[in-house]
Ligand binder design. Sequence first.
Ligand code: ADP
Ligand code: F6P
Length: 320
Amino acid sequence: MAIKRIGVLTSGGDSPGMNAAVRAIVRFGIKSGLEVYGIYRGYAGLLDEEIQRLEYRDVSGMEKGGTVLRTARCPEFKVADVRNEAAQILKKHEIEALVVIGGDGSLHGAAFLDADHGIPTIGIPGSIDNDIYGTDMCIGVDTCLNTTMDAIQKLKDTATSHERAFIVEVMGRENGYIALMSAIITGSEAAIIPEVPVDYDKLSDRLLEERKRGKINSIIIVAEGAASAYTVSRHLEHKIGYETRITILGHVQRGGSPSAFDRILSTRMGLHAVKAVLDGDFGKMIGLQANNMTRVPYEEMLGKKKPINMDLYQLSYILS
Ligand code: ADP
Ligand code: F6P
């Protein structure tokens, strides 16, 4: 029997473009004859029955950062009985399928709902970390990189003026993607990432060598999952012998109006999520692979580590 009523929620860390995805789901869903219900504050809001029907005009403004559906972490959702309660709430509201927009943790929750609790789900990867296997890009990554690029470029100005080294800590949890890409797009000296052990002696020798060759600023990007900026600074400062300053970019990386790329990606993913619902093709994440929209079964992506591109890692050293 064709599905008539679906829910959509955003969960985990917000990322720019989530609103554009919700907009596409609601509008394309309504055009396709579905009723779409917004579930507020992720799985926590689902358990609290924060559920509201969304109409065409409720989702205007894809330029907004953050998520208008709000988001939350809900650690108790890892407990099967709690997920069962959530499934009963969805059934009570006659919501027959759920689209979950979020990171790796949120997609685990969606996969359990689908496999164990009788709620068909579709996942959409939304996370600035770009750590989700099975998709080239997650919603929000491009905007995040534009933010880090802008911030690091500004730091370079003052680093040059004062002839200092800056250690810039970026987000990414256990993953070095944001750090590596930020280093490449700003021509920074190094990216310290969890995937590659750091040799502080080698790094400081290189920084000193570059100084000798006339380079007067140094920018080192460190992924939060590799080390803290303070640790890196302690290791380097006494070796390189010139002043360092620390900048932790923090949650600014998660904010802002989505870039053109993220608006397009979110819109495509939202559209394809609804298409999967209409096809009754559940238990899958919508992914971007070689610029095509794909449906990746949860069991083929969850639990797999997305590898870092080592060619790009080498390149970042060669080009800086
Ligand atoms: P993200 O989705 O951004 O990776 P989290 O890892 O914090 O963020 O996960 C978001 C939410 O997804 C968690 O607070 C929890 O409600 C749910 N979740 C995470 N991991 C699991 C899991 N293994 N099983 C069920 N639900 C999970
Ligand atoms: O997963 C996105 C992310 O921004 C990570 O990069 C970071 O480690 C984490 O979320 C921060 O979470 P919180 O918003 O709970 O501080």
